[in-house]
Design a protein. Structure first.
Length: 266
């Protein structure tokens, strides 16, 4: 969509880019405002149970640092003053999105240069990730504690320069699909489409995926297997005794209430 917008407005590039940014900002704003105000004005009337005190105070930092969120720079805020810490990804998404119009303009000018720049950005991000992990002795283990866990979140996990590769991979996939559709549109008969799509490796791969349901579903299964492996392999099995030993006061209250409820049913 952005490629078509910028292609049709080459003489008015600056206004077109600003409109793209404005559209992105306004598109995300309504639900973001609801998520921001709901904890202050709606949720206090809905909370109940042993987690009430914790839930009631979880948005206290927002009183002083709310503007970081709406400027989408909250990942750079003081970690002790984070407002709605789970919105770190929105900041990542918006900041990385700022690159997209420039990458698209480069693609429209010279495709090989655009692919090269994306490759350099991905290599740079990988280098930064290795540097951060080596410098702060980080592991991909969410169960780490103390400084290691805090550094993992602040220096690596929440940072756009460590997250940009997945976004750029999506840009590359969009470009390859666009190239395939343009090649397909340039021909009228199935035989011509097949011939045109065989002229480049990227179009050949796209043609095979589009016209082979076996290959498509095999890739879906492979992707699901890789994702599941990456998510769950670093979790060690934990015994019930271990969980009881690290039980907090709130966990204890919840467990006792559940046990009491089970006894009543019996």
């Amino acid at each position: 969509v952005i490629t078509e917008q910028l292609k049709n407005r080459r003489r008015n590039i600056v206004p077109a880019v600003l409109l793209i940014y404005l559209h992105r900002y306004l598109r995300m704003l309504p639900i973001y405002l609801f998520a921001f105000f709901a904890p202050f004005y709606i949720m206090p009337y809905l909370y109940d149970g042993p987690n009430y005190i914790e839930a009631k105070g979880m948005n206290d930092p927002c009183k002083d640092s709310w503007y970081y969120n709406f400027l989408y720079i909250n990942v750079y805020n003081n970690p002790n003053q984070l407002c709605m810490g789970w919105t770190w990804y929105l900041a990542n998404d918006f900041q990385i999105y700022l690159l997209v119009p420039f990458l698209v303009l480069l693609y429209l000018w010279k495709q090989s240069a655009a692919y090269a720049v994306v490759g350099l950005l991905m290599a740079g991000s990988a280098g930064i990730q290795f540097h951060q992990m080596a410098k702060y002795n980080l592991t991909a283990n969410f169960t780490a504690v103390g400084d290691q866990q805090r550094n993992f979140q602040r220096k690596y996990y929440n940072m756009p320069y460590c997250r940009i590769n997945t976004f750029l991979l999506g840009v590359l996939m969009a470009w390859t699909y666009l190239a395939y559709k343009q090649a397909e549109k340039a021909s009228s008969t199935p035989e011509e489409k097949r011939e045109v799509c065989q002229r480049s490796l990227i179009n050949r791969v796209n043609y095979a995926i589009v016209h082979s349901w076996v290959l498509r579903y095999s890739l879906y299964v492979a992707g699901l297997a890789i994702t599941t492996t990456c998510i769950y392999t670093y979790f060690d099995s934990v015994s019930y005794t271990h969980l009881r030993a690290h039980e907090t006061v709130l966990d204890l209250v919840c467990r006792l209430l559940l046990e009491k409820k089970k006894k009543k049913k019996k």
